[in-house]
Design a protein. Structure first.
Length: 443
């Protein structure tokens, strides 16, 4: 099938792997549409080309970026106190979506389109006007509630999404939140659902390409190995985003060392946390707050031979991450609200051995719907509970570690990446065609 996403092939992370798998399952005539600097680009098996037509002005790209990150992102994460709504930015967000649709309209092929995420939420409606089918996957949460002053633009996004044949979310909670929003603010569509006239809304948590992680080269990552030596460590991997609970986690680390002084110089916290969305005030301020909290911990606890926190701000490749995942005693995942959290899954995929690492998981992570029975969970933003959960993981007997790890591994294996791809292939082509596509791939 055709893919439409904000970023193109080769972007970092598990989402790129998933889209690549979905793209390759569609046959030789499929294309991948995305933004390349200031112009729409499409890639097929045979060619990569920029499309003639209007370039997207920098001011329009900037307004689209602001609307996505200053408004959609906080609203969808139930953090409306961070939301900034500007009518002119929304107008240019709609224009940005319309440019993608106009470029697609020129194509002769009417194969269906898979739309990835909130940056292009209006596309299903625009594609339907062209007579093209689509599915959309919403990679972030859908909120429990939307403040009344922000309802109108969210209604327009939801209405556009309902033009797709299928809408996917990572969890059943987000499906229920979306359906509740539609029932409340779009009664016509809610009534039409009874007769099967609107999109099917499905929970389809993204799985991992387990072979990819099994094949990683775990060669020595020397720069961090030198800092850690043989000290057990707790690992966290994410961006410096206020939804991720990074500052809360650093405060929980402080509390853990304060209440348990015997842990000092015996464990280290390794934090892979890069700056994100530079230039947007809320994220710049959060990055600064994270750095101040790290400095505070180092001044309070560091000794001549030990640092409480090893902070790495650059992104790491899969081999480097595999090295860190495999050796971590604990993986601490602390979001206030999260679409899924693939790093938690990657950690489990990389675990092995007699004393596997254990997962300490915020209930705010979408993956908690799959993993919470076997991870050690805590309420998002509860610093005391996070510190207690981390301590419990560190002190967990080997037998219990192995038991929990095996259950988490089984959960991971029960939901592979291909299952996610099959969900949307089937939604757009039907069972018979989806089966045929798989046979073609295997041939």
């Amino acid at each position: 099938m055709n893919i439409v996403s904000y970023r193109g092939p080769g972007m970092a992370g598990g989402v790129s792997t998933a889209l690549d798998r979905l793209y390759k399952s569609g046959g030789r005539n499929q294309s991948w549409w995305y933004l390349d600097q200031d112009q729409v680009k499409s890639q097929s098996r045979s060619a990569v080309r920029l499309h003639s037509g209007e370039k997207i002005p920098l001011a329009l790209c900037d307004a689209h970026y602001r609307f996505c990150n200053e408004f959609i992102w906080p609203i969808m994460h139930d953090l409306s106190e961070h939301a900034i709504y500007k009518e002119e930015d929304y107008f240019l967000y709609t224009r940005f979506n319309a440019i993608f649709a106009a470029q697609i309209e020129r194509q002769q092929s009417h194969d269906p389109y898979f739309v990835q995420d909130y940056q292009l939420a209006l596309l299903p409606k625009l594609l339907k006007r062209q007579g093209r089918d689509s599915a959309i996957f919403w990679h972030i949460p859908w909120p429990k509630s939307v403040p009344q002053e922000f309802v109108a633009p969210i209604v327009e996004l939801a209405q556009a999404m309902l033009s797709a044949k299928a809408i996917g979310f990572h969890t059943q909670e987000y499906v229920d939140n979306f359906n509740n929003f539609v029932d409340q603010y779009l009664p016509f569509f809610a009534n039409s659902r009874t007769f099967g006239h609107v999109a099917e809304v499905v929970a389809a948590p993204l799985g991992l390409d387990l072979d990819h992680w099994a094949e990683r080269n775990e060669g020595q990552y020397s720069s961090i190995a030198e800092q850690l030596e043989s000290t057990p460590y707790v690992l966290s991997v994410e961006r410096a985003d206020y939804t991720k609970g990074v500052v809360d986690r650093l405060k929980a680390i402080d509390l853990l060392f304060e209440q348990n002084p015997e842990l000092r110089e015996t464990i280290t916290f390794v934090q892979i946390c890069g700056r994100t969305r530079a230039g947007i005030k809320a994220y710049d301020n959060y990055w600064k707050e994270c750095q101040e909290q790290i400095d505070y911990l180092e001044q309070k606890y560091s000794t001549s031979r030990w640092k409480p926190v090893v902070s790495i701000s650059q992104s790491l490749n899969s081999d480097e991450l595999t090295y860190l995942y495999k050796r971590a005693a604990v993986m601490l995942v602390s979001p206030l609200r999260d679409g899924l959290n693939l790093t938690a899954k990657e950690f489990i995929a990389c675990q092995a051995g007699e004393r596997p690492g254990i997962l300490a998981l915020s209930k705010g992570a979408g993956v908690a719907e799959e993993f919470s029975p076997y991870a050690i969970t805590f309420e998002p933003g509860d610093i005391s509970a996070m510190a207690a959960a981390t301590l419990r993981c560190l002190k967990m007997p080997t037998t219990q570690r192995r038991r929990r790890f095996l259950k988490l591994k089984q959960s991971l294996q029960a939901n592979p990446l291909q299952l996610w791809c099959d969900t949307f292939t089937t939604a757009l082509y039907g069972h018979a065609v989806a089966h045929m596509e798989l046979e073609l791939q295997e041939a």
